[in-house]
Write a protein that binds this ligand. Sequence first.
Ligand code: UFG
Length: 342
Amino acid sequence: MKKKATVLVSGGAGYIGSHTAVELIAAGYDVVIADNLSNSDRTAVEGVRAITGVDVPFVEVDCCDRAAFRKVFEAYDFDSVIHFAASKAVGESVRMPLEYYRNNLTSLMNVIDLMRESGRSNIVFSSSCTVYGEPEKQPVTERTPRKPATSPYGNTKQMCEDILRDSIAAYDGLKGIALRYFNPIGAHPSALIGEQPRGVPQNLVPYITQTAAGIRECLSVFGDDYPTPDGSCIRDYIDVVDLAKAHVAAIARMIEDRNAERYEIFNIGTGRGVSVLELVRRFEQVNGLKLRYKIAPRREGDIVAIWADPTRANEELGWHAERSLDETLAAAWAWERRVREA
Ligand code: UFG
């Protein structure tokens, strides 16, 4: 296959970053991974190499260290950056706001600055449906108003979107796409890469798989008295491989489509809302097991329901969520079992 271009993937040893590196390589791009391994593991880079058969270059570097990060820009020839590197735990951000503001804002500003000073063009930024807060209408489109953020983490996503928008407006030659992810879950079908939460998982699916594996005693379902059909919260769970492919489509659009706006935003979700209890039941059915769970009080800060209108990504990026929820939940369980065997 003819090589297309080289993409720097910051945070490429992380959950979404590693899956995106794989899909970029499968689509004919060269990839350079930069990651400070603060919340990720070198084994993910090994996984990317094993899946693709490519000896992907990896640089251990903190994007907040501008001098060190500049060396990556000097050493490698790339025109596009996908910037994943960021802190991402909502609860932790409430306890450590300064760390979140410093890390997430500084790293993005460094990326943009280094791109500008070295004449690089294209950036994809990892945003989140958290920018919509508790929406008044479902599903949310990109034009649904952003609500004030409910956590420092959510605030960094809003601020980073604004920093990117304003920088692109001010500096010719920069183009950017912000992808607003809904809830990424699952793992690569090879089970060579997946989510590797440190400590007690804060997110639903890793908690489910660890409970099924016997590491956690019992899943707590946070609330069954919400105004939803079964009383539990509703989210739009997007397969991580599908999500990874959306980044490939975003890069291709910036390289190939000269008529596209210089700054664009896309929702990346399935368009399907699934409740916590539905997800638990599907997980049990697909994987043929019983999960210990109990109903627990609501978790502070949770919104009741949100799911995406992905029409814009479908039409403009030519991207669609393809994997079924069942496939995704089977992959999540296969990954958990492999981690335990290793
Ligand atoms: N949940 C449980 N039990 C658990 C964990 C989660 O019932 O042990 C429930 C939550 O209450 C929520 C749903 O499962 O209703 C999903 O929770 P997650 O923590 O997996 O995901 P969130 O929707 O809270 O958060 C995700 C991302 C954030 C992002 C946010 C935007 O993790 O980065 O979506 O809404 F900001």
